[in-house]
Design a protein around this ligand. Structure first.
Ligand code: ZN
Length: 249
């Protein structure tokens, strides 16, 4: 539409410096073609307020719904209520060319919270840069799920966590997490001192991609097969309202 027909601006332009309690600005998505390797440092453990996971976790349900709609994300809002899930949605199509395979519509395990859907979009963009074309998720929502050995509720109980069992590369090859990690329990996964015992390109792809997700602050907590025996066959990714930590184990 020509400029002279634009409606007059009635609201003042946004201030240069946001008010102290204002939300950080929308996440700038990753720059294309900037995939880096797992030995690149992760950055400080304390996350900055403008890192993606911090911002996603701080959104209200209403603000999240608005952002999902504005970004035209392929998600549907699930009208059913699911316990402690703030705003339940389901993935209905690929994001940035990456298929995100969740449990089918008949299953509650494919439900995710709206805030996690925003993290998924950024995750898909990063994974696409690493040549991943599909992500296989075992489960997301697990009502009442607790962290093993603790009384704390797992982020799965809020549908803010996903367990990923495999990536599929650009050639369509399925790369399961199990058997393609290349490090033992308690080995350091990322950074200059990371342990990598495998020379396979598949293991390298998983490692580079997962470390990049942590580095870019897409999630608060990432658990890999180096965390413990429970995670030998999947990656755990979550965002958490109360956390300010970048946790990669
Ligand atoms: Zn998990």
């Amino acid at each position: 539409m020509p400029a002279h027909t634009m409606p007059a601006r009635t609201t003042p332009p946004p201030r240069q410096r946001p008010a102290p309690r204002a939300l950080p600005p929308p996440v700038q998505l990753a720059k294309p073609g900037k995939a880096v390797g797992f030995r690149t440092p992760l950055g400080p453990r304390r996350m900055k307020a403008n890192e993606p996971a911090m911002r996603f976790a701080s959104l209200t349900s209403a603000a999240c719904r608005k952002e999902v709609v504005a970004r035209k994300l392929p998600v549907s809002f699930d009208k059913k209520g699911y316990g402690k899930v703030g705003l339940p949605v389901r993935i209905t199509g690929p994001m940035h060319g990456v298929t995100i395979r969740t449990a089918p519509k008949s299953s509650k395990y494919g439900v995710l919270d709206c805030r996690l859907a925003l993290a998924f979009e950024l995750m898909a963009e990063v994974l696409a840069q690493h040549g991943v074309r599909e992500l296989r998720i075992g489960n997301i929502y697990r009502p009442g799920a607790q962290i093993r050995g603790q009384r704390t509720k797992s982020q799965h109980s809020h549908a803010l966590a996903a367990d990923v069992s495999a990536f599929v590369n650009a050639k369509g090859k399925v790369i399961p997490v199990e058997g393609n990690w290349g490090a033992a329990i308690r080995d350091l996964p990322c950074g200059p001192k990371a342990v990598m015992k495998s020379k396979s390109a598949d293991a390298r792809l998983l490692r580079d991609a997962v470390c990049d997700l942590s580095r870019r602050g897409v999630f608060h907590h990432i658990l890999t097969p180096s965390a413990n025996h429970d995670h030998r066959n999947h990656f755990h990714f979550d965002i958490a309202r109360k956390s300010k930590n970048r946790f990669m184990k």
